[in-house]
Ligand binder design. Structure first.
Ligand code: NAD
Ligand code: DAU
Length: 334
């Protein structure tokens, strides 16, 4: 199998590249990434010299370049993770989200159609379903109700995938996962941001009342789910992926502080995110029953390991927070 993984220098992408390169030595993994602020080749340094791995810097919106790459590398499989992924940034400005998440997906689908790709996996998100009240779960048949510009761009991309599958027979599958955590997550997202701030005795900005709920999944469990869908998922289907680990933000932040041995007095309640989705919770019984996937991490084990990883890899996130990210942080939190 010759797999094109797009966005492979980002958080989930780099974990997935590692996963595939190590688990399938006979596959060739080509990582196409534009290296936006969120792409970091340091995540993949340990793969230098691996014989079944190639990195290519490029934009999924560049149809000519991607088409050439697919031909040159004999790509038969595409897993699309390339995206603008941060909700708060999409509220500051949506243009790049539409360009990459919608336009870029369309380019990849055109290439899949024209060049006879045998398997196309679109990595989507549970945010396309909108927000839940205190009860219930998102299933694969929950209607789309995206609330943020980010979520709307991902829902639009999903609709394009279904249209290309239906109209042209592109052999596509869509996954919709809940919130991931683990190594190499960019420190603009809740868990690494709170670990970095607490480690530096900086305030922890909790939005609104801190009672918004997310369903957390370790990134390696997400990788294993993508593996299952790539190999055994049925064409045209959606597979929800979740950890069955609902936590409200305040509970999670307090847990991180306990692991770090820091005081709860660092917690600061700040202005809420505009249109902030209240609760996400995933029903992942379809992928469990059909493809036999189940999460392997308990939340306690995953969080403990993750905190240890960020403490042991302080230079990794310090280089990020001392760079251009400082300007974003200033705009966002003052
Ligand atoms: P990320 O922001 O950490 O990484 C995104 C990667 O895409 C970066 O390496 C970036 O350089 C690259 N990229 C951006 N625009 C590109 C373009 N035009 N061409 C090529 N590469 C480009 O994101 P992530 O958290 O790893 O998310 C990866 C995917 O998984 C996204 O599609 C996201 O919607 C989806 N997802 C994320 C989560 C989560 O909790 N993080 C949950 C469910 C789904
Ligand atoms: O559900 C899947 C989605 O999870 C993915 O599609 C997105 O790409 C990913 O970024 C993530 O979106 P969220 O908006 O849920 O993640 P984030 O880490 O930004 O925020 C998690 C929760 O924490 C959310 O309720 C907002 C809150 N939060 C976040 C930040 C950055 C805070 O209270 N303070 C903060 O500083």
């Amino acid at each position: 199998m010759n797999i094109l993984i797009t966005g492979g220098a980002g958080f989930i992408g780099s974990n997935l590249v590692w996963y595939f390169v190590k688990k399938y030595p006979s596959y060739r993994v080509v990582n196409l990434d534009k290296l936006t602020y969120a792409g970091n080749l340091e995540n993949l340094e340990g793969l230098k010299g691996a014989r079944n791995y190639v990195f290519v810097k490029g934009d999924i919106c560049d149809r000519e370049m991607v088409g050439q790459l697919v031909r040159d590398q004999g790509i038969d499989t595409i897993v699309n993770l390339a995206a603008e992924s941060h909700v708060d940034r999409s509220i500051m400005g949506a243009a790049e989200f539409i360009q990459t998440n919608v336009g870029g997906t369309n380019v990849l689908l055109e290439i899949a159609k024209d060049l006879g790709i045998q398997r196309y996996v679109q990595i989507s998100t549970d945010e396309v379903y909108g927000s839940l009240g205190p009860n219930g779960y998102f299933t694969e048949t929950t209607p789309l109700h995206p609330n943020s510009p980010y979520a709307a761009s991902k829902a639009s991309a999903d609709l394009l995938v279904f249209a290309y599958q239906h109209t042209f027979g592109v052999p596509a599958v869509v996954t919709r996962c809940s919130n991931n955590y683990g190594p190499y997550q960019f420190p603009e997202k809740l868990i690494p941001l709170m670990i970095a701030n607490a480690s530096n005795d900086k305030q922890l900005p909790v939005y609104g009342d801190g009672m918004n709920v997310r369903d957390w999944l370790h990134v390696r469990d997400h990788c294993a789910a993508i593996d299952a869908v790539l190999h055994r998922g049925r064409i045209g289907q959606i597979y929800n992926i979740g950890g069955n680990n609902e936590k409200h933000n305040l509970e999670l932040v307090r847990l991180l502080l306990r692991h770090l041995g820091k005081s709860e007095s660092l917690i600061t309640f700040v202005k809420d995110r505009l249109g902030h989705d209240r609760r996400y919770a995933i029903d992942s019984s379809k992928i469990q029953q059909e493809l036999g996937w189940t999460p392997s991490y308990t939340f306690e084990q995953g969080i403990e390991e993750t905190v240890k990883w960020y403490l042991a890899n302080r230079p990794w996130w310090e280089r990020i927070i001392s760079g251009e990210y400082r300007e974003y942080y200033r705009k966002m939190y003052g």
